[in-house]
Design a binder for this molecule. Structure first.
Ligand code: FAD
Ligand code: NAI
Length: 466
C-alpha cells in the first residue's frame, strides 16, 4: 500500500511535518541522505553552534566577570577537545531524540538520497548504491540549504572553512578572518574570540546584519568592537592564497579599487546559504524553481506539480529552523484537509551572541519605506534593576507601534536573554496587541522583561524608570 506522505529531508521542517502528518492519521515515511536525523539545524547548525556559544560565554565570564562578583577561580584554562565533546554529546542527544520521536509516531525512515522519478514515486539510493522505489500519494520536499560559496575560493573545511568546519576546529586560530557580518559570522566569530582568537570581519555592505533594524545593528557593532572584534565594512574578499603557512586574503573596497592583504590562520566564509535541490530530479519531475533557485510554491506550499509540496530553507523566506517547523506543521495540516497557516509577519529572529539580538516584525527602515506612521518606545538596560545588578547593561528594547492604532508593528531587543524575551512580543503581535496592552501587563520584578514593559510605556512617553 502506498504511503499517504513521504517527506524528503529530516531537518526541522521535514521531521516536524512527518510527525504532524502521522498525528493526523497519515501513513508517513521520511527519506534522509545523512546518517542521522535532524538536518542542518541539529547536526551542523543551531544545536552545535549554541552549545559552543554557551560554553564559550561561560569561559569568557569566568575569565572576566567572576572576580567582580567575588568568585575567585584564577584564569580559566581551555580544554578544547572536552568542549567539543560537550558539543558533540549535545548534538547526539538531540538527533537521537528525533529518531525516538519518529519511531514513536510510527514514521518509517529510509536512509539514502531521494529522487522524485514521477509524481508519487521516489527512488531512494542508499550508501551502498542499492536503489528502491517507494510510492506515495503526496511528497513534501524539505531538503534545506547548503553553504554559499565565493567564486575562486575553495572551502577545504580545514583552514578555509564554512560554518561546518568552524564548529570542529581542532585548535584556536590565533587570527580568524570572517567573511560576512551576518548571523553565522557574528555567532561563530564570537565563539572563537572568546576562546582566544583575534577576529577580523570583512563585510561587503556598509553595515553589519543586513535586514536587521539599523539602530540595533549599529549599537551591536559598537558592543562587538568593545569586545575586541574588528570590522572592515564596504569591502570584499576576492581571493585567498593558501600556499604558505598563513592564509593571505586579498581584500578590496566593495566598489572596486586597490587590494590589501590580510593574513589569517583560518578564514570562515559566511556569506549566506543557498537552497539545496541537488539530485532531487526536480527538472525531470517538472517542479519549477524561482529566480533564486528556490522551489517555487504557492500560499499552500504546493509546487507546480500536483501532490508535490515544499517547505523550509528550500523555499522562499527566512532560513530559520522555527520557520521551517511551522511550515512543516502547516503543510501536513493542509494535506490532511485542514487549514494550515504560517504568519510570516510574526517570525522572531535571534542572534545568540552576548548580548543577544532578537527582533520581530518591522524595522524602522521598513516602516519608513512603506510610509507607515509609527511611534517609538525605547528603554535601555542601564535603567533596568536586574541588568544593573547582573553587570549586564549593554543594549535596549525598542518597540515600534502604529501611530494611529497603537498596534505593535515591530520589537527589537539588544540585550541579555533577548532571545527568550522576544516570545512576549510574538504573542502580543499574534493577538494584534497594542503597546498599551504590553505596558498594562504586569511583569515580574526584578526581571529583564520589565525593560519590555518600560519600552512599551515609552511609546506614550510615560516610562517610570527613565
Ligand atoms: P535542513 O535542516 O537543511 O534539513 C534538510 C535535510 O534534507 C538534511 O538532513 C539533508 O541531508 C536532507 N536531504 C537533502 N537532500 C536530500 C535528498 N535528496 N534525499 C534525502 N535527504 C536529503 N536557525 C535557527 O532558527 N536558529 C539558529 O540558532 C540557527 N543556527 C544556525 C547555525 C548554523 C551554523 C547554520 C548553518 C544554520 C543555522 N540555522 C539556525 C538555520 C537552520 O539550521 C535552518 O533554517 C534549518 O535547518 C532549515 O531546516 P530544513 O528542514 O528546511 O532543512
Ligand atoms: P547572512 O545572510 O546572515 O549573512 C551573510 C553576510 O555576508 C551578509 O551581511 C552579506 O552582506 C555578506 N556578504 C555576502 N557576500 C559577501 C562577500 N562577497 N564579501 C563579504 N561579505 C559578503 O548569512 P550567514 O551568516 O551565512 O547565515 C546563513 C543563514 O543561516 C542565515 O540566513 C540565517 O538565517 C541562518 N542562521 C541563523 C542563525 C540564527 O537564527 N541564530 C544562526 C546562524 C545561521
Amino acid at each position: 500500500m502506498p504511503y499517504d506522505l513521504i517527506v524528503i529531508g529530516s531537518g526541522p521542517g521535514g521531521y516536524v511535518c512527518a510527525i504532524r502528518a502521522a498525528q493526523l492519521g497519515m501513513k508517513v515515511a521520511v527519506v534522509e541522505k545523512d546518517k542521522t536525523f535532524g538536518g542542518t539545524c541539529l547536526n551542523v547548525g543551531c544545536i552545535p553552534s549554541k552549545a559552543l556559544l554557551h560554553a564559550s560565554e561561560l569561559f569568557d565570564e569566568a575569565g572576566h566577570t567572576f572576580g567582580k562578583m567575588g568568585i575567585k577561580v584564577g584564569a580559566p584554562a581551555l580544554d578544547l577537545p572536552a568542549m567539543m565533546k560537550f558539543k558533540d554529546e549535545g548534538v547526539d542527544g538531540n538527533v537521537k531524540g528525533v529518531a525516538y520521536l519518529l519511531k514513536k509516531n510510527k514514521v518509517d525512515a529510509f536512509q539514502g538520497v531521494g529522487r522524485i522519478t514521477a509524481p508519487g514515486k521516489i527512488e531512494v539510493e542508499s550508501a551502498n548504491s542499492k536503489t528502491e522505489t517507494i510510492e506515495t500519494k503526496n511528497i513534501v520536499i524539505a531538503t534545506g540549504s547548503d553553504v554559499a560559496r565565493l567564486r575562486g575560493i575553495d572551502i577545504d573545511e580545514k583552514r578555509i572553512v564554512s560554518s561546518t568546519g568552524a564548529l570542529v576546529l581542532p585548535k584556536v586560530p590565533a587570527k580568524l578572518l570572517v567573511v560576512g557580518a551576518g548571523v553565522i559570522g557574528l555567532e561563530l566569530g564570537s565563539v572563537w574570540r572568546r576562546l582566544g582568537s583575534q577576529v577580523h570581519v570583512v563585510e561587503f555592505l556598509d553595515r553589519i546584519l543586513p535586514g536587521m533594524d539599523l539602530d540595533v545593528a549599529k549599537s551591536f557593532q559598537r558592543i562587538l568592537q568593545k569586545q575586541g572584534i574588528t570590522f572592515r565594512l564596504s569591502s570584499k574578499v576576492t581571493a585567498i592564497d593558501s600556499s604558505g603557512p598563513t592564509l593571505k586574503a586579498s581584500v578590496e573596497p566593495a566598489a572596486g579599487g586597490a587590494a590589501e592583504t590580510i593574513e589569517a590562520d583560518v578564514a570562515l566564509i559566511a556569506i549566506g546559504r543557498v537552497p539545496y535541490t541537488e539530485g532531487l530530479g526536480l527538472e525531470a519531475a517538472g517542479v519549477k524553481l524561482d529566480d533564486r533557485k528556490r522551489v517555487a510554491v504557492d500560499a499552500h506550499f504546493a509546487t507546480s506539480v500536483p501532490g508535490i509540496y515544499a517547505i523550509g530553507d528550500v523555499i522562499a523566506g527566512p532560513m530559520l529552523a522555527h520557520k521551517a517547523e511551522d511550515e512543516g506543521v502547516a503543510v501536513a495540516e493542509i494535506i490532511a484537509g485542514h487549514a494550515g497557516h504560517v504568519n510570516y509577519d510574526v517570525i522572531p529572529n535571534v542572534i545568540y551572541t552576548f548580548p543577544e539580538v532578537a527582533s520581530i516584525g518591522k524595522s524602522e527602515e521598513e516602516l519608513k519605506a512603506a510610509g507607515v506612521a509609527y511611534n517609538t518606545g525605547k528603554f535601555p538596560f542601564t535603567a533596568n534593576g536586574r541588568a544593573k545588578v547582573n553587570l549586564q547593561t549593554d543594549g535596549f528594547v525598542k518597540i515600534l507601534a502604529d501611530a494611529k492604532t497603537d498596534r505593535v508593528l515591530g520589537v527589537h531587543i539588544l540585550g541579555p536573554d533577548a532571545g527568550n524575551m522576544i516570545a512576549e512580543a510574538a504573542v502580543a503581535m499574534e493577538f494584534g496587541g497594542s503597546s498599551e496592552d504590553i505596558a498594562r501587563t504586569c511583569h515580574a520584578h526584578p526581571t529583564l522583561t520589565e525593560a519590555v514593559k518600560e519600552a512599551a510605556m515609552a511609546v506614550e512617553k510615560r516610562s517610570i524608570h527613565m
